[in-house]
Design a protein around this ligand. Structure first.
Ligand SMILES: C[S@@+](CC[C@H](N)C(=O)[O-])C[C@H]1O[C@@H](n2cnc3c(N)ncnc32)[C@H](O)[C@@H]1O
Length: 259
């Protein structure tokens, strides 16, 4: 599992869409965030949630299985002058009371990789009130329906085959699994929401986002990575020589509480 995102961290920090202010605003309102308490961000990646939320808490702990992700998160937060986040390399399943107690636990685009019931149970025990927020961007380039996404998918299928595979096996994100796991847990008041938004993307960003994924990373493509990149660029420019596209995104979230 630790090799899943090998080599992706710099691409991740630079090219992933992150979370829109509208969703972060709903999160702040749902949990009455006011700059006090502590955040535990599990599967933090390069800090896509922990960095924009750092000022909403007294301090933050970001945890990720991948040392490369944690190292990049540290680099990005140092560059932004963020001083209240501690980045730790460990599995989410290993969290314990040693970390102290928290007001909120977040899981951004990461819960599907984890042993969900176990992580929710341990997260619950570390919370003093507050709750858990599970966020994700279902779909993505692999299943998008815009013309440029279909063009990229053709290239992906040409180079990597019709199945979305990672270095550790098939990409599996079972639909509704997060919600089912929450309903088995001790959390209450489960609230679901979604937000549709878009961002302009150029060829550079599209290639960078592909290299940030577990299913089209440079490590997965190996020595074919440069030729794959050339093919993606050629297909996109054949579609629109300006190389400018719009990415339609959809962020969904589940909030649940410890009362
Ligand atoms: C797609 S990234 C999400 C990063 C970031 N949270 C975001 O919202 O974009 C998934 C992250 O989960 C991490 N991860 C996967 N399984 C994990 C586990 N069991 N414990 C901790 N981190 C894990 C991966 O290393 C990766 O950095």
């Amino acid at each position: 599992m630790s090799g899943l995102f090998a080599g992706t961290a710099p691409y991740y920090a630079r090219y992933r869409p992150g979370y829109p202010d509208a969703v972060l605003g709903r999160l702040r309102a749902a949990f009455n965030l006011d700059g006090s308490g502590r955040l535990l961000d599990l599967g933090c990646g390069t800090g896509e949630l922990a960095r924009p939320l750092h000022a909403d808490f007294r301090d933050v702990v970001g945890i990720d299985l991948s040392l490369e992700m944690v190292t990049e998160a540290r680099r990005q937060s140092a560059r932004a002058g963020i001083t209240n986040v501690r980045w730790l390399c460990q599995p989410a399943e290993a969290i314990s009371a040693e970390l102290g107690s928290f007001r909120l636990v977040t899981l951004g685009n990461a819960f599907h990789w984890m042993r969900q019931d176990e992580v929710l149970g341990k997260a619950y025990d570390l919370l003093q009130g507050g709750g858990v927020a599970i966020l994700g961007h279902p779909g993505g380039i692999w299943s998008g329906e815009d013309a440029w996404e279909r063009a990229v998918r053709e290239v992906l299928v040409r180079w990597l085959g019709p199945r979305r595979l990672t270095r550790t096996g098939p990409f599996t994100a079972e639909e509704g699994a997060e919600r089912r796991s929450l309903s088995r847990s001790r959390f209450t008041g489960v609230t679901a929401g979604e937000h549709h938004w878009s961002r302009p993307v150029d060829v550079e960003t599209i290639v960078g986002e592909l290299f940030s994924t577990s299913f089209a990373s440079r490590a997965l493509l190996g020595e074919r990575a440069d030729a794959f990149e050339t093919d993606v660029r050629r297909s996109l420019l054949a579609l629109d020589p300006s190389g400018q596209f719009v990415q339609h995104l959809h962020t969904d979230y589940l909030f649940a509480y410890k009362r």
